[in-house]
Each structure stands twice: as C-alpha cells, then as structure tokens.
Design a protein around this ligand. Structure first.
Ligand SMILES: Nc1ncnc2c1ncn2[C@@H]1O[C@H](COP(=O)(O)OP(=O)(O)OP(=O)(O)O)[C@@H](O)[C@H]1O
Length: 361
C-alpha cells in the first residue's frame, strides 16, 4: 500500500495540511517545534490508531479545537485505490472510515496500512521492556498471518478471565478448568506462530546485521514465556499456587521475549548507544524484508529525526535498503544537509514545515 494523498485537520500545531507525497522518498524539514514529527505522528495514526508519543489521544487535538482527523488516499499493490481515515474528538469519540463506510473496528483500517517507525526512542526495542519486543514481533504476524489477530484477542480475553478467577481462588472448579485448558491451547498456537516468525526473521537479520555492525556477530533468540520442556497446561497446573499468591498468570506467551546477544552476552551490555541504534535499524530492515517476502505487499516507513540517530553512511544504507524493497519512506530532518546523499534519488519530494504550515519545496 502506498499513500497518494494525506490530509490532516487540527492535528497538534497543524490546522490544515494536504500532502501529495512521493511514492518513494518524502523528506520533511523544519526547525525545532515546527511540526515535522507531528506529520509523522499523523501517518502513524493511520497504521496503529494511536500516537507514538503519547497514550492520550486528547493531547494530539489542536488546542482550541474539538477533534482531529487524518485521511489518506492510497493505492494497493494491485492498483486498487481506497480512501481511509480516522477522527477523534475531545469527547473521546472515535471513528474510522474505509471508502466512505464508517467503522469502530480499528483493525480494519490498520490492517490496510502497514507502517513502521524509527525514532530517537527506537533503542527501546532492545533496552526497553519485553512488551516492546512482543509488539515488534506481533506487528509482523498481524500483517501476514490472517488468524493471528483473532488468536491474540482470544488469548487476551481468556487470560483476563483466568486472572480474575485466580484472585477468587476458584480455579479448581470444573468450569474454570475448562477455560484454563482453552487458554493453554490458544497460548500454544499463538506461541507457535511467533516462533515460526522469528525463525523466518533470523537468517535475514543475520545477513543484514552484518552489514550494519560488521565487527559483531549478533544473535537473536526467542523465549516463549514458559519452560520450553513443558506444555503450557502443565505449567499452569504446576504454578497454580504461585499464580494465586501473586494474583495473576506468571507464564505464557504474554511473558514472551526476544533476546539479543553478542558473543553469548546480552547486546545491551556490549553495544554502544549508536551501535544499538544500528542493531535496531538492521532489525527493522529485516522485518521489512520479511514482510515483503511473505505478503508481496509494500510497507510505509517513518524515520523521525534521522540525523540524530545514525551516522551519514548508515543513514544512506538504511534508506537504500528500504527503497530497494520499494518501501514508501517519510523522513524528517532539521536541515537538508543531514541527508546530503539524497540527490542521488530521482523519485523524491521535499516539504518544509514552519509553525504548522506545510509547503512543498
Ligand atoms: N495539541 C496541540 N495543539 C497545538 N500545538 C501543539 C499541540 N501539541 C503540541 N503542539 C506544538 O506543536 C509543535 C510541533 O511539535 P513537533 O514535535 O511536531 O515539532 P518538530 O518539528 O518535530 O520539532 P523537533 O525538531 O524539535 O522534534 C510544538 O511547538 C508543540 O509545542
């Protein structure tokens, strides 16, 4: 999917903007606080239904306005065009639309627009909590495995139910044991999909990480969230007393993690901040490659403040890699000089943002 036109209304400091981006590379420049990241944040909303900077939708609505909207006209790989968008208001009402049809189901919208993001906070993917890494893995599955979203929702619902029952100490009731069994079956299926995903990602990551960090041999491995020797229902059974004591389920795919090692030691113990960024860039490039390979679709990549993140050579390598996979890229930078190599790209568009006004250069 590629975006042909994007229209924002009352989004942060942008009252109104219409953008006709390049199908390949769109560069957005402007001073600090001009509204560059806000533009990317709006695009991120199309792919995730939320911001990458805040969990409060209301903070995104332009001051003194009652709602914001983001709409886009896009074309898929078969040449079919669609109009999609979403709106959020101060009363927290939410609406998304696909070709004029209104819906409350965010998944319908975000499944159409596969968006990835690289920001100054991207090292959280390695340094942050396991939930960041699960989200990373689940993004790939959500966009490729049709059954994943339902499976994930089903598992989350059953897990909530087990946790509620655990607090009441009624898990041994026969009807609750039935639900626990369902949780174990769903958890095993969810975990198999994640394992297969990481297995497919690993050789791609091994190749790409060597290009970004040739001096290291980075390894990625998957921890499924419980003892690899035991089936999940047995673990639930064995840990019942402990889970009851702590009031929630301590094992299962909701505890899964990805681990990164360099010479058998945690990557975060060895790599510098800049090297961690390169490892994340390699990881995201690998995910884009796998996405393209598994789905024959194109993704949209947002690179925020790229100048602060990678050195010039790695910036170029990253962008070259994404363009090779026909990814539609949006980059923000304070100054064009941070991207001095972009003259070599023919299909590009440049925009400048000043006090929330977006103009093509
Ligand atoms: N809800 C809002 N309504 C109006 N303006 C807002 C709102 N939220 C944030 N702003 C302002 O919008 C401006 C744009 O911020 P943004 O983060 O997009 O800038 P930027 O160009 O990416 O800057 P930097 O280079 O410093 O990261 C800031 O001046 C900010 O104070």
């Amino acid at each position: 999917m590629k975006l042909d036109q994007v229209q924002l209304t009352n989004f942060r400091n942008i009252s109104n903007a219409t953008l006709l981006p390049s199908q390949q590379l769109t560069v957005i420049t402007g001073k600090n606080g001009s509204g560059k990241s806000s533009l990317l944040e709006a695009l991120f909303y199309l792919g995730f239904g939320r911001s990458f900077r805040t969990s409060k939708h209301l903070s995104v609505i332009r001051h003194e306005s009652s709602s914001f909207s983001v709409f886009a006209r896009c074309t898929d790989e078969a040449g079919k065009t669609s109009s999609v968008g979403l709106e959020r208001s101060l009363t927290n009402s939410f609406n998304c639309s696909i070709n004029g049809e209104h819906s409350q189901r965010l998944a319908d919208l975000v499944s159409l627009i596969p968006v990835q993001l690289f920001t100054p906070q991207s090292t959280d993917l390695i340094l942050g909590s396991p939930s960041e890494r699960r989200k990373f893995c689940d993004w790939g599955l959500f966009h490729v495995e049709q059954s994943f979203h339902l499976l994930f929702q089903h598992y989350s619902k059953l897990l909530k139910q087990r946790n509620a029952v655990l607090k009441q100490n009624e898990l041994r009731a026969p009807e609750n044991q039935f639900w626990e069994q369902q949780l174990a079956v769903t958890g095993e299926r969810l975990s198999s999909q994640r394992e297969a995903y990481i297995e497919a990602l690993t050789p791609i990551f091994n190749r790409i990480s060597k290009e970004f960090l040739p001096e290291f041999s980075l390894e990625i491995s998957y921890y499924r969230g419980w003892d690899k020797e035991l089936p999940l229902n047995e673990v639930f059974h064995k840990k019942y007393e402990y889970d009851h004591k702590i009031g929630h389920t301590s094992s299962g795919p909701h505890k899964a993690d990805l681990r990164f090692k360099v010479n058998h030691t945690s990557a975060q113990e060895i790599l510098s901040r800049g090297q961690l960024r390169m490892a994340v860039a390699a990881l995201q490039l690998s995910q884009t490659a796998l996405f393209t390979q598994q789905s024959s679709r194109k993704s949209i990549f947002l690179l925020d403040d790229v100048g602060a993140e990678l050195d010039l050579e790695k910036r170029e390598r990253f962008i070259d890699g994404l363009l090779k996979m026909d990814t539609q890229i949006f980059i923000t930078a304070i100054e064009k000089q941070q991207l001095e190599f972009i003259d070599k790209y023919n299909d590009k568009k440049m925009f400048h943002v000043e006090h929330g006004h977006v103009a093509e250069e």
